[in-house]
Design a protein around this ligand. Structure first.
Ligand code: NAP
Length: 281
């Protein structure tokens, strides 16, 4: 790939960013389509976030992905933020539309596409979501909008309660409630009466691969277990679920689909899903 004065620049703001698979995935997509773009990781510390956002306009960067810890605070520096991103209070994609910085979140839709592909449309199902951070917000929002009933289980119950309150403003007939992650009986009952379990915590992620976000003996064969972690490829939760005959998905395709949507917002080209997936695998 030859970089010239015409090359359009996209990238990632996060802190840290060294571990990110996004540069590999997006640069493979640009190469696959033969379009003149490059994607760069930028390690932006919290005190430099505002200046970095001004830099998007000043440098004519076409698009930015946003990751931990900036997804929430960056909203305050943008010119326009779409409805889903405002509901989730999180932006993971910025599009520089001729000097107007527009914020989007593709996490909810990325999760939903991956879930439908690996399992089915969650309409009418009972789901347990573990975690109440950024990924959980997007996941709960996606499930409620799709017509699922959601129970949120989190280590810090107050945070889960806040998420429930925020989601209650979605005008829908589906229920959302939270339970304390340390109350084993309640967690057991919630999982026993659900068909879907989604892990939105880093518990089980490299290098703590021996950990599981819920006791594995609570899993049952009628569950679909979606672990949003993609490193390792199979977490302890996924392995144990498979052992008892439950169906599973890791977080790889969620990563690909949320990235594909960012790609399409920036380039207006259809994202080459297979090339993106191959690149990160
Ligand atoms: P976050 O905003 O920091 O939230 C983390 C959540 O995990 C919080 O609810 C936190 O509970 C809980 N948690 C953290 N450590 C825990 C522990 N040791 N025991 C129990 N609970 C714990 O992070 P995030 O952005 O939501 O990301 C969460 C995970 O999802 C990460 O592994 C990330 O890689 C993954 N993810 C994957 C994708 C994808 O495309 N596949 C996209 C986004 C995120 P407290 O509230 O008690 O602190």
């Amino acid at each position: 790939m030859v970089i010239s004065a015409r090359t359009r620049v996209a990238g990632l703001f996060g802190h840290p960013v060294e571990h990110s698979l996004s540069p590999t995935m997006h640069n493979a997509a640009f190469r696959h389509l033969g379009i003149d773009y490059v994607y760069l990781p930028f390690d932006v510390s919290p005190e430099n976030l505002e200046a970095a956002v001004y830099g998007i306009k000043a440098l004519g960067i076409v698009g930015i992905n946003v990751t931990i810890p900036h997804k929430n605070r960056i909203i305050g520096y943008l010119d326009w933020v779409d409805h889903d991103a405002r509901m989730i209070e999180s932006v993971n994609t910025i599009y520089n539309d001729n000097g107007i910085l527009k914020g989007y979140s593709t996490d909810a839709e990325g999760f939903l596409q991956a879930l439908k592909e690996a399992w089915k449309d969650p309409y009418g199902c009972n789901a347990v979501v573990i975690g109440a951070g950024g990924a959980a917000r997007a996941t709960v929002y996606a499930l409620l909008k799709s017509g699922a009933n959601v129970v949120i289980v989190n280590r810090t119950p107050e945070r889960a309660l806040k998420l429930v309150q925020a989601m209650k403003s979605i005008n829908c007939e589906w229920s959302v409630k939270s339970i304390d992650g340390s109350n084993r009986d309640e967690v057991e009952n919630a999982i026993a009466t659900s068909e879907l379990l989604v892990n939105c915590t880093p518990v089980g992620m490299y290098p703590n691969e021996g950990a599981s976000p819920v006791p594995c003996e609570l899993l049952h064969p009628n569950l679909f277990v979606f672990d949003q972690i993609y490193n390792p490829y199979e977490t302890k939760l996924i392995k144990k679920a498979k052992e008892i005959g439950a169906k599973v998905s890791n977080g790889i395709m969620m990563l690909v689909y949320q990235g594909a949507m960012s790609f399409e917002i920036w380039t207006k080209c259809k994202a080459p899903i297979d090339a993106m997936k191959t690149a990160i695998l």
